[in-house]
Design a binder for this molecule. Structure first.
Ligand code: PLP
Length: 375
């Protein structure tokens, strides 16, 4: 049996969690939370990083910091996870879905500008599979229309666009440390702030709407409720677990990239024969091998391939049902322009097993099975 995913384990997790226990502080913002945040800031040149209990929560914080109000419009791809949209729907926004590019499955940057209205406040590029959206164009549109950019970089930790880390290019960046992602704390996430004017407000929103952080720095002599907020701090045990993963970030990244390259090399002959398509990575992007997918001819062939792999003990997985076709998507949003690629390409895409520690022989077995299916 080859599973689709197994969460990464580096071997240092118990050591750091034991230290967290001995520190005698299990609630948020202890030494391990600080260490993870500093690691993220230093590694990615982010001006400020906050650990959160999930990427969903990081997106919610970003929506609050962006000042989203009922009736505002937010532009994003329909081919994404529900959290990308929910964060803004919870603040009363309307979601405006834009088509994707078939090569990267990312939002089609050439379709964004025509979707901008007087109500548009935010663009949300989602870096699918850890491959960057065309950020130069997106940032240019945002500047000309005075919009904010919130990167959903849930899958993009350790990826870059023109040398810049994903999550650090827009106004805000959101990472996920869910156990299906490259680095994990079970459930977890981070919000990166790439502007200096929002740090204090971010601290307040994250600390239940209080100025507790100012109090802890000795800037005020008692803390109180100053605006609407929530509790967006993970526990120290989770941060300790995550710290063990971040310490091995490069090794995990290299291991995944090696697996990705082996998949691509083994399946390229099938692509050359026109039987399937492999992921495309634009020259400006360095990805993190978050996933390896192939594209079949269509949904019927994909269903048959899933079954074929299952018979061989291999678990594969398709991905998002486009949000604009879901009940909530229809209620909370609209699709701008035509759905030329979103639905069709999503029905072709199939993800193959990808995790830290996937063995070369396992990849060989998987790609042999794919080859035997197409024979
Ligand atoms: C995983 C994921 C999320 C949600 O992350 P959580 O940490 O589980 O909240 C959001 N957006 C995208 C694109 C994701 O892949």
């Amino acid at each position: 049996m080859i599973p689709f995913n197994t969460p990464p384990v580096t071997g240092d997790e118990m050591y750091y969690m034991q230290q967290a226990l001995e520190n005698g502080k299990l609630s948020g913002d202890g030494p391990f939370t600080k260490a993870c945040q500093t690691w993220l800031e230093d590694s990615f040149h982010a001006s400020k990083a906050f650990l959160t209990p999930s990427c969903t929560h990081a997106l919610e914080m970003a929506a609050m910091l962006a000042g989203i109000e009922p009736g505002d419009e937010v532009i994003m791809p329909s081919y994404t996870f529900v959290s990308t949209a929910n964060a803004f729907v919870l603040r009363g926004a309307r979601i405006v879905f834009v088509d994707i590019r078939p090569d990267t499955m990312n939002i089609d940057e050439t379709k964004i500008e025509e979707a901008v209205t007087e109500k548009t406040r935010v663009i949300v590029p989602v870096h699918y599979a850890g491959t960057a959206c065309e950020m130069d164009t997106i940032m240019d549109i945002s500047k000309r229309h005075n919009l904010q950019v919130i990167e959903d970089a849930a899958q993009g930790v350790m990826s870059t666009y023109k040398g810049q880390a994903l999550g650090t290019i827009g106004d805000y960046g959101c990472f996920s440390f869910h156990d299906t992602k490259n680095y994990t704390s079970g459930e977890g996430g981070a919000l990166l702030l790439n502007r200096s004017d929002k740090q204090e407000q971010a601290e307040i929103i994250r600390e239940k709407g209080t100025d507790r952080s100012r109090f802890l720095r000795g800037q005020v002599d008692k803390y109180s409720w100053v605006e609407a907020g929530s509790s967006y701090l993970p526990a120290e045990l989770n941060a300790a677990y995550l710290y063990a993963q971040l310490q091995h970030a490069r090794a995990i990244n290299n291991d995944r990239l090696a697996s990705w390259e082996t998949y691509a090399a083994n399946l390229r002959p099938l692509e050359e024969d026109g039987l399937l398509e492999l992921p495309k990575v634009p020259a400006a992007c360095k990805h993190n091998a978050h996933m390896f997918y192939i594209k079949t001819a269509g949904i019927g062939e994909r269903t048959a391939l899933v079954e074929h792999l299952k018979q061989a003990g291999i678990t594969s997985a398709f991905h998002y049902v486009p949000l604009h076709s879901s009940a909530a998507g229809q209620r909370f949003g609209r699709f701008h322009g035509t759905d030329r690629w979103t639905t069709g390409e999503s029905e072709r895409l199939l993800r193959l097993p990808m995790f830290y520690g996937l063995q070369q022989e396992q990849i060989k077995e998987i790609t042999e099975q794919v080859r035997s299916f197409y024979k």
